[in-house]
Write a protein of this length. Structure first.
Length: 285
């Protein structure tokens, strides 16, 4: 590679970095500006710091952020457990119509999520009804305005991609490891727990980060299934913060920054394993 080619590559990378960082710069700067400064001095630094904007945003969004963290964490743990179990079964066990069931399962990924919005809403609304009886006594509202309305769909939907990742990785592990464990008398569940899971930590970390970000950032589903403010999540809460009489953009941008902290921390803590998962062929399929 010539010096001119290297220079061109570095120049393009520098441009991409600048384009990526400009939105973050604008968000941080605006979070400390008044509306007058935003309209008259958009690109310049604020005349003075306004830490009160952050305390105002945190006071409004604290419960929303906590709700998002709880739902995202529960969905991550559920998806990791069920995806790894299903991925191991599809990769290492033999059962009737295994390949057909796997293809049928993956075909769900070809259906846009927006097409399933109304059927999923009706399913959540009527799920506890058995024989026309309302098991939870919620007046025909089913799981609406409950944690189950958020957790169950995230748990079910996140497994599809997780099964793809886990099955692909488990198939890449040499069969000799599993055969040696079976000869020693290990059960399939013990093999899964002692061999498959420890080796799949990078893949599981990759899946955990992607599931956490997808759940935490989701907006449409919480908006249509949760009307109780005490159970609402951050993505909806921050929009309410901007529209409910808050005419100053500074606190709103401060709210976005505060809400992004969990995402940044999750990615930083799992970045090592995330990169290992990508490099080991987690997304090969």
């Amino acid at each position: 590679m010539t010096i001119a080619q290297k220079t061109l590559i570095y120049l393009l990378l520098a441009i991409l970095v600048i384009v990526t960082l400009v939105p973050f710069y604008v968000t941080v700067v605006i979070s400390q500006k008044s509306n007058a400064e935003i309209f008259t001095q958009f690109w310049s630094l604020p005349d003075s710091l306004r830490p009160g904007y952050y305390s105002e945003a945190l006071a409004f969004l604290e419960s929303y952020i906590l709700n998002s963290l709880v739902i995202a964490t529960l969905s991550v743990f559920g998806v990791l457990i069920l995806s790894s179990l299903s991925g191991y079964a599809f990769a290492r066990l033999e059962f009737t119509h295994k390949n057909f069931l796997y293809v049928l399962l993956l075909s769900i990924m070809m259906v846009p999520g927006i097409l399933t919005l109304i059927p999923s809403f009706n399913w959540i609304k009527e799920f506890p009804l058995v024989g026309g009886n309302d098991l939870f006594g919620r007046g025909g509202r089913g799981f609406l305005d409950s944690w189950f309305a958020l957790w169950l769909p995230y748990l079910a939907g996140g497994q599809i991609f997780g099964i793809l990742l886990c099955r692909t990785f488990f198939e890449s592990i040499p069969e000799d490891l599993f055969e040696a464990a079976r000869i020693d008398g290990a059960s399939e569940f013990l093999i899964y727990r002692k061999i498959a899971l420890p080796l799949s930590l990078p893949i599981l970390a990759t899946l955990a980060i992607m599931q956490f970000i997808a759940t935490y950032n989701d907006y449409i589903w919480p908006l249509v299934t949760i009307s109780d403010t005490s159970k609402q999540v951050f993505s909806v809460g921050v929009t309410r913060f901007g529209f409910e009489g808050n005419l100053n953009m500074g606190p709103v941008m401060a709210g976005y920054l505060i809400g992004s902290i969990p995402l940044v921390l999750v990615f930083l803590l799992g970045m090592k394993y995330y990169v290992q998962g990508i490099m080991s062929g987690a997304l090969k399929a």
